[in-house]
Design a protein around this ligand. Sequence first.
Ligand SMILES: [Zn+2]
Ligand SMILES: [Zn+2]
Length: 121
Amino acid sequence: MMSKTVIYAGEKYAVVDVGSRCVYCNEDTAFGSGRFVNRVGADHFDEETKEYRDGYSCADCMSMECDRCDKCIPLDEDITPYCVYGDDALDEFSDGAYRVCHDCLTAEETKILKENPENDF
Ligand SMILES: [Zn+2]
Ligand SMILES: [Zn+2]
């Protein structure tokens, strides 16, 4: 079997094919695992084991942090300026945040979002 290699930070590593496992937390994302639907193809270099893993990322490991409260935002529930203001939005909110959770929207932003539900895709 041919093993793939990758150059990462100037070093050459063999790519470890982890199959359907999550490259970050090593959970199985195979069909029937409950993680299949929200997985995405991913690769990741693990600084501890020096392994370059090729496989998938589960939804938990893809979840993002809110720029205002630093809590994790569930997949697809993040709000960016585009959700509120549509295509002609600036690429950040007035306070410099880009990705926020529902709890952190200001009254003004919530109002605009409600008035323009088509923006929140
Ligand atoms: Zn994971
Ligand atoms: Zn928040």
